[in-house]
Write a protein that binds this ligand. Structure first.
Ligand code: NDP
Length: 434
């Protein structure tokens, strides 16, 4: 607590995590004696650097860049880069911490990391984005590499930004395909990486529903966000027979009773880079709620997929969600539910699928992109997509079965945390706690 004073998001992630692994620690005293937990709670390395860049008027600006290399027990650090004005060391430490266990759950050889900057990409021109990315990578390239640390995208970092970052890395180091993932398809990108987090989220819920002899068919789904994760979660849920009736951005949310029109949404967000009000203006039955959170939506629905950002579902919104009859909350975003919200879900029998398991599809396909880059062979969309579905099934089953093994049946959060932690702890001990 004292060492991390003021780092609220990071402490929140730790507070969520620690009580859930208690049943595992009780059964494994050797783990407690080894002190691996205390060591694990200290990031291996944090890099912070200055990012100066020039705007279109020729004025110089400066932002703060970070890379948190949290844990390399299972492989090279792996985790996205976030560009958003809310980025702080605390936010990135919480994300890197979650990433360790998420990556462990994928079963693929990747450690945990995260990075980014408090740079705000909104309203910046394309050349400004390029100059920022080039300056950011000029410093970051000293600390990363295909076998060391392999960043990817996150909020504010999509194909365009990865392209500029990759170009700068290549200029400074010579060509290396495997230094970033989420690359465009024309050079070393993986098919299905763009779709992976959203699709993976829906696959996770599909396997949960299968267990209940149920499916997405006919379900009403409330989705937040309208970025990379939200768009492909909506697409896959609709493909499986559900109706996604909402999406949102930081200015408000759209309710579309006919189901979100994905072509229009992509046009607005990915091509025109406009606000969601532009979506509602084109759809006769859709309503735009300016300045409102999507979690204030209170009519009946079945499944909630928060896909925007951390702490978007407060206790108050969790109560609204429970009253609307939703039975499943599956997190596409990282830590979108506050601790109080999770307690309300648990109390009311809402099945809670934590982000570190449910949104692991993105990083899993990033690891498959690394495999393709090493092989120098691209895989087909179908191959990557079916691997993704199989990985999400394994992750769901690991959460379910681990929860059962530790007498917390049905508690997918404990299942995810214990299954993710056990592998990392064992690897650290076997490597001499390094
Ligand atoms: P994008 O930048 O593509 O989209 C983010 C979306 O969330 C946008 O619609 C954005 O609205 C909205 N949003 C962001 N911040 C806020 C805020 N403070 N309040 C309300 N809405 C907000 O990011 P991604 O879709 O990639 O990421 C979304 C979440 O998923 C994040 O938590 C990320 O860490 C997580 N995630 C992403 C993965 C990936 O592969 N991309 C993998 C695993 C997790 P606006 O346009 O107004 O900013």
């Amino acid at each position: 607590e004292e060492k991390n004073a003021g780092q609220t998001e990071y402490l929140q992630a730790i507070h969520e995590f620690l009580p859930t692994i208690a049943p595992y620690l009780e059964k494994n005293p050797a783990i407690v004696e080894s002190n691996v937990l205390e060591i694990l709670l200290e990031p291996e390395r944090i890099v912070q650097f200055r990012v100066p860049w020039q705007d279109d008027k020729g004025d110089w600006k400066v932002n703060r860049g970070f890379r948190i290399q949290y844990n390399s027990a299972l492989g090279p650090y792996k985790g996205g880069l976030r560009l958003h004005p809310t980025v702080t060391e605390s936010v990135l430490k919480f994300l890197a911490f979650e990433q360790i266990f998420k990556n462990s759950l994928t079963g693929l050889p990747i450690g945990g990391g995260k990075g980014g900057s408090d740079f705000d990409p909104k309203g910046k021109s394309d050349p400004e984005i390029m100059r920022f990315c080039q300056s950011f990578m000029t410093e970051l390239q000293k600390y990363i590499g295909p076998d060391v640390d392999v960043p990817a995208g996150d909020i504010g970092v999509g194909g365009r930004e990865i392209g500029y970052l990759f170009g700068q890395y290549k200029r400074l180091n010579g060509h290396h395909s495997g230094v970033l993932t989420g690359k465009p398809l024309s050079y070393w990108g993986s098919l299905a990486r763009t779709e992976a987090t959203g699709y993976g989220l829906v696959y996770y819920v599909k396997h949960l529903l299968n267990d209940q002899n149920d499916s997405f068919e006919g379900k009403k789904v409330v989705v937040s966000g309208s970025g990379n994760v939200a768009i492909y979660a909506i697409q896959k849920a609709q493909e499986l027979g559900a109706t996604a009736i909402t999406c949102s951005d930081s200015s408000g949310y759209v309710y579309d009773p006919d189901g979100i029109d994905l072509t229009l949404l992509k046009e607005v967000k990915e091509v025109k880079r406009e606000r969601l009000s532009a979506y509602a203006a084109e759809r006769p039955n859709a309503t735009y709620f300016e300045g409102k959170s999507v979690w204030s939506y209170s009519d009946a629905y079945d499944i909630a997929l928060p896909c925007a950002t951390q702490n978007e579902i407060s206790a108050e919104y969790a109560e609204v969600l429970v009253k609307s009859g939703a039975k499943i909350v599956a997190e596409g975003a990282n830590m979108p539910s506050t601790l109080d919200a999770v307690a309300i879900f648990e109390k009311n029998g809402v099945v809670y699928c934590p982000g570190k398991a449910a949104n692991a599809g993105g990083v899993a396909v990033s690891a498959l992109e690394m495999a393709q880059n090493s092989q120098r062979l691209p895989w087909t969309f179908e191959k990557v997509d079916s691997e993704l579905d199989a990985i999400m099934k394994r992750i769901y089953e690991a959460c379910r079965d681990t929860a059962k093994d530790y007498a917390t049946e049905g508690d997918l959060l404990s299942g995810a945390n214990i299954a993710g932690f056990a592998k990392v702890a064992e690897a650290m001990i076997s490597q001499g706690l390094v």
